[in-house]
Ligand binder design. Structure first.
Ligand code: U87
Length: 273
């Protein structure tokens, strides 16, 4: 597909994100039933369990963790912040970076209370729930910056944002398929972020299966690339990643709350050759 087509596709997706509403988005996806810590079959506890295992089973280490397409959420680095001394958050939209900055600067007025998330991850780590204040302090200590990113650019972040050797680990949740116009663009974006990762570094990728749209706010319908497991594995292989583990969660009927048509969620742990 010629350059013009690629740009138009990326530009068209950017236009959809103009209406993205962080507060609404957080209500849709990060409150019960999707974020019900009393239910083993709820989406968010499943994601947190995958991340906890991946960050603590012993083969993931280093200095710098980068989160690709953080959005207005922090759950994806609640385990990693105990393993890495530096955490870099990124997003395409200033409105999302502001939500993250406000929480990290602890000036109140957040659109979502992350306390239950912090408490849940403390319990996964065998700590008492009341240790959530220590984890919040640790997170605020290790997050070094919140920067702009565009995964459709061969160089997704500012050249001096990362050390020349690259990051030791990347985590990315529900980003690439939600911002790409089609599968080839998804695969290219996976390559672009791979360039930010040092050889031998790990990629922890969470994404949607069989999803064609989601609402980023009232009436803000955003198209998504419908993926299946085979396509995810093929894209990883094509970009020189070694697959370590693929886990899949299928949505129970009551997790289908009308904010998207996702049917499943995948969790990939991979290593860059
Ligand atoms: C999250 N990581 O919630 N380059 O996990 C880089 C871009 C670009 C671009 C836009 C999609 C949400 C998926 C966060 C945010 C992920 N965002 C940014 C949503 C869809 C399934 C589902 C969802 C969420 C943009 C939770 C659950 C489910 C957003 C982020 C995508 N339906 N980043 N060119 N363009 N972005 O600002 O913050 O990507 Cl449980 Cl099931």
């Amino acid at each position: 597909m010629e350059a013009k087509g690629k740009e138009n596709g990326a530009a068209a997706m950017a236009a959809y994100y103009k209406g993205f509403d962080p507060a609404a988005y957080l209500q849709y996806n990060y409150t019960p039933p999707r974020a019900d810590f009393g239910r083993k079959d709820s989406i968010v506890p499943w994601k947190l369990a995958c991340l906890h295992r991946a960050f603590t089973e012993g083969d993931v280490s280093g200095e710098l963790l980068v989160d690709i397409g953080s959005g207005p959420t922090l759950y994806q680095v609640l385990s990693g912040c105990e393993v890495f001394n530096k955490v870099l958050l990124t997003d395409f939209l200033e409105v999302n970076r502001k939500v993250l900055r406000d929480w990290l600067q602890d000036e109140g007025g957040y659109s979502l209370d992350w306390t239950p998330y912090l408490q849940h991850v403390c319990k996964l780590e065998g700590r008492r729930a009341s240790a959530w204040t220590e984890k919040a302090a640790k997170l605020r200590q290790v997050v070094t910056d919140i920067i702009p990113i565009d995964v459709h650019r061969p160089q997704p972040v500012a050249p001096d944002a990362l050390p020349s050797a690259g990051a030791d680990c990347l985590v990315s949740s529900f980003c690439l398929e939600s911002v790409s116009p089609d599968l080839p663009a998804f695969t290219r974006a996976l390559g672009h972020i791979g360039r930010l990762l040092r050889p031998g570094g790990h990629l922890l990728l969470i994404g949607a299966l069989g999803e064609s749209y989601y609402f980023g706010g009232p009436g803000v319908k955003i198209p998504v690339v419908p993926l299946n497991e085979a396509e995810v594995c093929a894209s990883l292989k094509e970009n020189g990643y070694i697959l370590i583990r693929l886990e899949v969660y299928t949505l129970p009927p009551d997790m289908r709350v009308g904010v998207d048509d996702v049917s499943g969620v995948f969790f990939v742990k991979a290593k860059k050759e």
